[in-house]
Unconditional design. Structure first.
Length: 274
């Protein structure tokens, strides 16, 4: 019995030592992870600040042939309704970056162009394109297309970081009741009888945006919203997610554009403000 007891004691002591050793290794690993996090976070923060400061410098003062952004988008990135210039303050950085990329991108040839069939079928000239290619998106604007081509990838990233951090507080505008009522109906209900979804179903409650794909409508100048719908209808913009807006825009009347834009311009909205 004494031998058995000694064996049991030895086993318990051995297991205890192993457990303590494992606990020590675990504690060491956790300490190492904490050290890495504390070391990396300040570097990441500093890098983020550098991008923001570089974006601020470019936005306020421009560089070379690149004009300042504030000349059109306002000192605080609030936009300018007089020239249908959009608000940039508080938009998702990935959204801003993508728009700049799309402005700089040349339209892709994505369809086949076939001349009228001649009597001699064999001699009919044809030009074939890849019908399976989906364009990554282009935006037409006489000012922004040339400007965006002057920006480097780093410039676009810096500007996106800078503007995404700016605060913005909307000043709701007054409109007549009938306009707001019709705009609200489109924003909240859409036109289900025509298969048209509500604006809020993609752009989020109150048109405050949803992630990097669906930008906020609240706080955008009325003239900008109307101008963009017109461009989708005219085929001058095709960088929307899954062609959703192109199909939606085709079902909107001139009255619909005014009503829904006025509705969002009447809402209270703020971002990055404490």
């Amino acid at each position: 019995m004494r031998l058995s007891d000694n064996i049991k004691c030895s086993l318990v002591s051995w297991i205890t030592k192993i457990s303590i050793w494992k606990f020590f290794l675990l504690l060491l690993a956790v300490s190492f992870v904490i050290f890495l996090v504390q070391s990396v976070l300040p570097v990441f923060s500093d890098s983020h600040d550098l991008h923001r400061l570089a974006g601020e410098e470019l936005a306020l003062n421009g560089r070379g042939k690149i004009p300042s952004c504030v000349s059109c988008h306002g000192l605080q990135g609030q936009g300018d309704a007089k020239i249908a210039s959009p608000r940039l303050a508080g938009l998702h950085p990935s959204y801003i970056k993508k728009q700049l990329e799309d402005y700089a991108r040349d339209p892709l040839k994505t369809r086949a162009f076939v001349e009228p069939i001649a009597r001699d079928y064999v001699k009919t000239p044809r030009t074939y394109g890849d019908l399976t290619v989906f364009t990554p998106g282009t935006r037409y604007d006489p000012k922004m297309n040339g400007l965006a081509k002057l920006l480097s990838a780093e410039d676009r990233h810096n500007l996106a970081i800078y503007y995404s951090k700016l605060a913005f507080v909307a000043s709701p505008k007054a409109y007549d009741f009938e306009t707001l009522e019709r705009g609200e109906d489109l924003a909240l209900r859409g036109k289900p009888e025509y298969g048209l979804p509500s604006c809020d179903s993609c752009h989020g409650p109150g048109g405050q945006g949803f992630g990097a794909i669906f930008p906020p409508l609240a706080g955008q100048p009325v003239t900008y919203i109307i101008a963009q719908i017109n461009k989708w209808q005219a085929g001058k913009r095709d960088n929307d997610h899954l062609a959703l807006m192109r199909n939606i825009a085709d079902q909107l009347t001139d009255g619909d554009k005014v009503n829904v834009a006025a509705y969002y311009d009447n809402l209270s909205y703020s971002v990055n403000s404490e």
